[in-house]
Design a protein around this ligand. Structure first.
Ligand SMILES: Cc1ncc(COP(=O)(O)O)c(C=O)c1O
Length: 393
């Protein structure tokens, strides 16, 4: 069989972090001590029953058996506008300011391709969700990550962007609550980002994947679009995967600046397909759930986070307390490189964690653990790690 070479563009893409982790895990013999995987970010609880019931009845509707429109049904766009008004006080035009698609992965990689020209720079953070780097590459643009560190609470300082990079900037991408560091945005951060966008005439993409998962129930993440002037410069991408436990359903939407939405929709019609009508109907049901019900879906992560904090304190493991998302970002103990530490956890405790350097050069001294695994397994993993006594008492 002939062996075909991948295109240069594909050759240049970095290997997917989770593919690398899967390979690492496959090399561990779990017969005596089963592997506990704390690396993945897929929610494990079932989707709320109201949403499932809505899909079931929508599947009976013959109207949903036809091709659906690229723009999405009017009902879903109206429901998204009502949701943004209720949750964030943001008014949206359902015809011009909303796009729907099969999961936010599509928009997070598609919006850069719809906006960037070769030679421009996608400016984001280091560390960041790895897809932003590959989105830049797929657009034949360069990537620049503003270094994030603990001293600034993992929030970017835009004055650190070199002038020549800012001038070549074609898109600014932010993501708060931040994967992987758990940092939460403040109004001041978004104002600084909007000023930077205005100074360099940059569109701003905010990936709001963890929109409903703050560091505790009262610490609600803020929407970029709820900030003054944001719609002029930005779009916000929302996914149903995390907040509504609908990761397998593949539904997300983008809201905001009409010119960005329009450019992305054009690319969308060429590169991707439409969303199954019954999934759109079920998403309407989800978005109409009361806010308290949505907040309650995140409570399991808040409970686990507190339990993990207690366990980490017993191990003398220093950790920042204000962390949103369903991950925790932990420093590697002194004397280890990130890679050595991840290897030691894997081989001696059979616990797989995500290495910081998968998210950026600036993050090699951290690991990311996920709070999506069952509480008993999470605690068992921490017991195994505690037994290795990394931090002196
Ligand atoms: C920051 C961030 N953005 C986007 C996504 C993609 O989510 P989905 O394609 O399920 O909507 C994820 C998934 O883990 C994520 O963590």
């Amino acid at each position: 069989m002939p062996d075909f070479a991948a295109s240069q563009l594909v050759e240049d893409l970095e290997e997917n972090l989770f593919g690398v982790l899967e390979k690492l895990a496959a090399n561990v013999d779990g017969t005596q001590l089963p592997l506990i995987d704390l690396s993945s970010g897929s929610p494990r609880q079932p989707t709320p029953p109201e949403i499932i019931a809505s899909l079931q009845s929508a599947a009976e509707n013959p109207g949903n058996h036809e091709y659906s429109s690229f723009w999405g049904k009017p009902q879903i766009r109206t429901a998204i506008a009502a949701f943004y008004l209720r949750e964030y006080g943001v008014e949206l035009d359902p015809d011009r300011e909303i796009a729907v698609f099969q999961g936010s992965h599509i928009a997070v990689s598609g919006i850069p391709r719809a906006l960037l020209n070769p030679g421009q720079v996608l400016i984001s953070t280091d560390p960041c969700y790895p897809l932003y780097r590959s989105a830049a590459r797929q657009s034949q643009a360069d990537f620049y990550g503003i270094p994030l560190d603990e001293s600034t609470g993992f929030l970017p300082d835009f004055s650190r962007v070199p002038e020549d990079i800012a001038r070549r900037g074609g898109l600014l991408v932010l993501n708060y609550p931040h994967n992987p560091t758990g940092a939460m945005a403040t109004p001041a951060l978004f104002q600084a980002a909007l000023e930077f966008a205005e100074n360099y005439h940059l569109p701003l993409l905010h990936d709001f994947a963890y929109a409903s998962i703050g560091s505790h129930r009262q610490d609600r993440p803020i929407s970029l679009l709820s900030q003054p002037g944001a719609k002029q410069w930005g779009v916000e991408v929302y996914t149903m995967s995390k907040s509504f436990l609908m990761a397998g359903w593949r539904f997300g939407f983008a809201v905001g600046n009409a010119s960005i939405i329009s450019a992305f929709k054009k690319l969308h019609t060429h590169s991707y397909s439409t969303v199954y009508g019954a999934v759109q109907d079920a998403a309407v049901t989800a978005l109409e759930l009361p806010s308290e019900r949505i907040d309650a879906l995140a409570d399991i992560y808040h409970q686990r986070r507190e339990q993990v904090f207690t366990r980490l304190a017993e191990m003398n493991w220093p950790v920042r307390k204000q962390q949103g998302t369903f991950f925790l970002w932990l420093p590697v103990p002194e004397g280890f490189s990130g890679e050595d530490f991840v290897g030691k956890l894997l081989h001696e405790a059979h616990v797989l964690v995500a290495p910081g350097d998968g998210f950026g050069e600036h993050a090699s001294q951290y690991i990311r653990i996920s709070l999506t695994v069952q509480t008993e397994l999470l605690m068992a993993a921490l017991d195994r790690i505690a037994a290795l006594e990394f931090f002196a008492g």
